[in-house]
Every structure is written in structure tokens, then in C-alpha cells.
Design a protein around this ligand. Structure first.
Ligand code: FAD
Length: 429
């Protein structure tokens, strides 16, 4: 049920009737989705003085809750977006200075090459990352010395990079504190419809309907509900947006994981995500998994510390259609992810698999690999913030730009090429 105080504030537009609300300097904004992206947008808008309500659907699976939460500031595309993303760590640090602990901490990242690949492949990779930190090649023995429970099979060594991550429990606590201080109203409810409203003097441009029948009125809405956005906007309006289903296993550990985050030096995920639908089937000829007829499954051997112990692997099931996929069969996902335990951990067997908890959730992405950030031309007051690649580095630098655009009524710099409605390659004009 929507909080009646917030309803009153946004429904009747009479701010004076709510004593604990900071008066809005500009628009009243509803942010839909309180995962990483929605939370960062709510924070950025509230910092600019907006009266913000942040709504999240209870019980909906979210990707943020089981992310590795690494900050890949060096992995942006060439050009203006990559330059911005390179400043992600500084932006996190500045946010933490303003709001207190948000869980940001330095760590290291071990990138594992494929079998048979060695330091040469690793050093080639670093030349492809213009904003990348200097990596150091370490032999398998040195890797095991960092964390004895890490024992990658068939590996000659790894490329070790300085890295940063966000500890999710601390992020969640710090965020709650910051949002409370900035008077952001957090609501629970599932938005199911963007109501058509005629724009004109005295009208509220945006009305949202929730599944319990509640109507929310506001001057702007920012859609940050990742993979669920097509429930509110026709998917033809966001031609680039797709989603995959991700899975990971949380393995409880008696002692804290002291080793690095681990990821594969190469992953097929981006290659498959950004290829056209036809190419995606063709590209899926690799040995890792057998594709089901309607989608492709990628298994990334990686791990990251989490509050329970260690989070293992990531499966990504990519649909070949823009329509939402069903979550993959949990038993099959566990079997796939068990291979990551076998590959990376010194101790792995049926006992560990039985203890591990499967996490599943949808992750949005775009076909051209660039996020969707900006307003919708045919819907006054409707903004989109989704489809990130590495959102812990991208969303944190783009949220303040979106807030500024909304505040000033001017779109983001077109050179960033982030317009949510941009067509697919070959469909321009
Ligand atoms: C295993 C794994 C590892 C990852 N590692 C990294 C990493 O190291 N670095 C990195 O940058 N990224 C990583 N990612 C990706 C990243 O975690 C996600 O892309 C990101 O967390 C998505 O955030 P989000 O806010 O878009 O969506 P979500 O976290 O999915 O949040 C969506 C929100 O929308 C709400 N919602 C949905 N529908 C409605 C509705 N109708 N009405 C109201 N609310 C609604 C939900 O309740 C939820 O609050 C990883 C992902 C996975 C799965």
C-alpha cells in the first residue's frame, strides 16, 4: 500500500500539508525502481533540491541484490562516455564524503585467461583499455598465496589489477541514511501503467497506476526498473533495450574471503549482447553450453566476496526476442554454476553445492552497449535510466547528468548518444 502521506503530497500538490517535506525547488519526481540505478537517480535529484519519491515493487527479483558490485571505471567505450566513466571512482568517493559510508572499498581483480593463454594475452588486453590501471601478471602459486581457497584449475596464472567494489550491505545501510536525510520518500508498490494525460496549463503531466489501484501524480517520472520497463512503455519505443536472466550461487564461508574478485579475461557476454539477433545464434557455437532453441546461455567463471561468503559465477540467458524471458530452470542453473565451483575453488563437492543458495534475476542491457538515459519524446515528463553495461561505474556518473537535465529542461549532450529511443543500427532515417 502506498504511504498516504506521500500520496497526499503528490496528489493534491499542497506541499504545506506535509510538515516533513523539503519544498521542491523544481519538479516533483517519482523514480520507479529502487535498485542501484533508481537509488542513484533519487540521490542525485534530491541533492539538487527536488522532492522525490522512490517506489519499488516488493518481492520482485532485482539484479543489484546479487551483483559482484565491482566498479569497472576503465571499461567504458572510447569517446565521451568512456571519459566520463573513467571518473566513476572519484564520483563514488565524493558521494561517500557527502553522505558517509556507502560501502565503497578498494580491492583487487584477478582476470583469468583461457586455457593455453598466458601473460601475452593479458598484456594485449591492457592495451585495449585506455583508462585501465597497470596490471601485473602473477603465477598460479602467487594467486593461491593471496587466498588458499582459490585454486583455479588448468591456469598458468592471472592478470592482477587494482579494483574497487561496493559492499552491498553497507551500501544499502548508507543509502537508506542518505535518502532519509534528503527527505526522499520510499514507497512500496508495483507500478503497472503510465496513464495517458493531456499536457496543458494546470495539469500534471504524469500519472502512474499501481497494481493495488493507487494513482500517483507527479511532474516527472524516471523509469529505473531495469528489465521491467517494457511493462510500462511499448518495447518499440525503446528499440535497443533487452534483458537477460542472470544466476549466481552464494556459498557460505566460515571466514571472510580475503582474495581478489575473479573474472574471466574474456567473456562472450558483451559480444553476444551487442551482436544482432541473427549473429547471436551464429556466435553461439562455443563449447561452454548448449543453447536452448530460443535463447543462448553464457557461463562466466568468476567470483566475488558477498555477505554470506563468496558469490560464484554468473550465468546469462539471453533471449533472441525483445519480449521478456522466463527465468531459467533453477535445477539446471545450479548444475551450470556448480562448474564454476569446480573450476575455481580448492574445496568443492556435493556438500558445498547443497549449502549454496541460488540467486536469479533479470539484467537489462542494450544492443549497442550504450545505456538509455534521457526523456521520451512522445511522453512529456517521462525519463528513462536503464540498459547499463557496468552500472556501478556508468550509472554513478550519469545519474547527476540526468538530474541536471531534468532540472534545466535541457537534454543530455547529444554527443554522448544515450537517447533512449535511438533506433537500431541500419534503421536510422
Ligand atoms: C552476478 C552479477 C554480477 C554483476 N557484477 C557487476 C559488477 O561487478 N559491476 C557492475 O557494474 N555491474 C554488475 N552487474 C550488473 C548490475 O548488478 C546490474 O545491472 C544492476 O544492479 C541493475 O540495477 P537496476 O537498478 O537497473 O535494476 P535492479 O537492481 O534489477 O532493480 C530494479 C528495481 O525495480 C523495481 N521494480 C521492477 N518493476 C517495478 C514496477 N513495476 N514498479 C515498481 N518497481 C519496480 C524492483 O523492485 C527493483 O527495486 C552484475 C550482475 C549480476 C547478476
Amino acid at each position: 500500500m502506498i504511504c498516504p502521506v506521500a500520496l497526499c503530497r503528490f496528489h493534491c500538490g499542497d506541499l504545506s500539508c506535509v510538515s516533513d517535506v523539503t519544498p521542491a525547488r523544481f519538479a516533483d519526481v517519482t523514480v520507479v525502481g529502487a535498485g542501484l540505478t533508481g537509488s542513484l537517480v533519487a540521490l542525485a535529484l534530491a541533492e539538487r533540491g527536488a522532492a522525490v519519491q522512490l517506489i519499488e515493487a516488493p518481492g520482485v527479483l532485482t539484479a543489484t541484490a546479487f551483483s559482484y558490485a565491482g566498479v569497472p571505471w576503465w571499461s567504458g567505450p572510447a569517446g565521451a562516455l568512456g571519459e566520463l566513466q573513467a571518473g566513476a571512482l572519484r564520483t563514488w568517493q565524493a558521494l561517500s564524503l557527502r553522505h558517509g559510508d556507502l560501502g565503497v572499498e578498494s580491492c583487487s581483480l584477478a582476470l583469468l585467461p583461457d586455457v593455453g593463454e598466458g601473460p601475452l594475452a593479458a598484456s594485449h588486453l591492457t592495451t585495449l583499455l585506455p583508462h585501465g590501471p597497470e596490471g601485473t601478471w602473477i603465477e598460479a602459486e602467487a594467486l593461491r598465496a593471496l587466498e588458499p581457497r582459490l585454486r583455479p584449475r588448468q591456469q598458468s596464472g592471472a592478470l592482477l589489477l587494482p579494483y574497487a567494489r561496493v559492499a552491498l550491505e553497507r551500501w544499502s545501510l548508507g543509502l537508506r541514511r542518505a535518502l532519509r536525510r534528503l527527505r526522499v520518500h520510499r514507497l512500496q508498490g508495483r507500478v503497472c501503467q503510465l496513464m495517458p494525460v493531456s499536457a496543458g496549463p494546470g495539469t500534471t503531466p504524469v500519472q502512474l497506476r499501481c497494481t493495488d489501484g493507487t494513482l500517483l501524480s507527479c511532474r516527472h517520472v524516471v523509469l529505473c526498473q531495469g528489465a521491467s520497463i517494457p511493462e510500462l512503455l511499448p518495447s518499440t519505443w525503446l528499440p535497443q533495450l533487452r534483458h537477460s536472466w542472470a544466476g549466481a550461487l552464494d556459498l557460505p564461508l566460515a571466514d571472510r574471503w580475503r582474495g581478489p574478485l575473479v573474472m574471466a579475461l574474456r567473456t562472450l557476454r558483451r559480444q553476444l549482447e551487442t551482436s544482432s539477433l541473427a549473429q547471436r545464434t551464429a556466435a553461439w557455437s562455443g563449447p561452454r553450453e548448449t543453447p536452448r532453441p530460443a535463447d543462448a546461455v553464457i557461463l562466466d567463471p568468476g567470483l566475488a566476496p558477498c555477505s554470506a561468503g563468496v558469490r560464484l559465477g554468473q550465468t546469462s540467458s539471453l533471449g533472441l526476442e525483445p519480449t521478456p524471458l522466463q527465468p531459467p530452470d533453477p535445477a539446471q542453473e545450479r548444475r551450470r554454476l556448480a562448474r564454476v565451483g569446480e573450476l575455481l575453488l580448492a574445496e568443492w563437492g556435493p556438500k558445498q553445492l547443497a549449502m549454496a543458495r541460488l540467486r536469479q534475476g533479470p539484467v537489462s542491457f542494450t544492443l549497442d552497449g550504450r545505456p538509455l538515459v534521457g526523456s521520451m519524446p512522445r511522453r512529456p515528463g517521462v525519463w528513462v535510466f536503464s540498459g547499463f553495461s557496468g552500472p556501478f561505474a556508468q550509472a554513478v556518473v550519469l545519474a547527476p547528468l540526468l538530474a541536471r537535465a531534468l532540472d534545466s529542461g535541457r537534454e543530455l549532450d547529444a554527443a554522448l548518444a544515450l537517447q533512449p529511443w535511438r533506433p537500431l543500427m541500419g534503421e536510422q532515417g
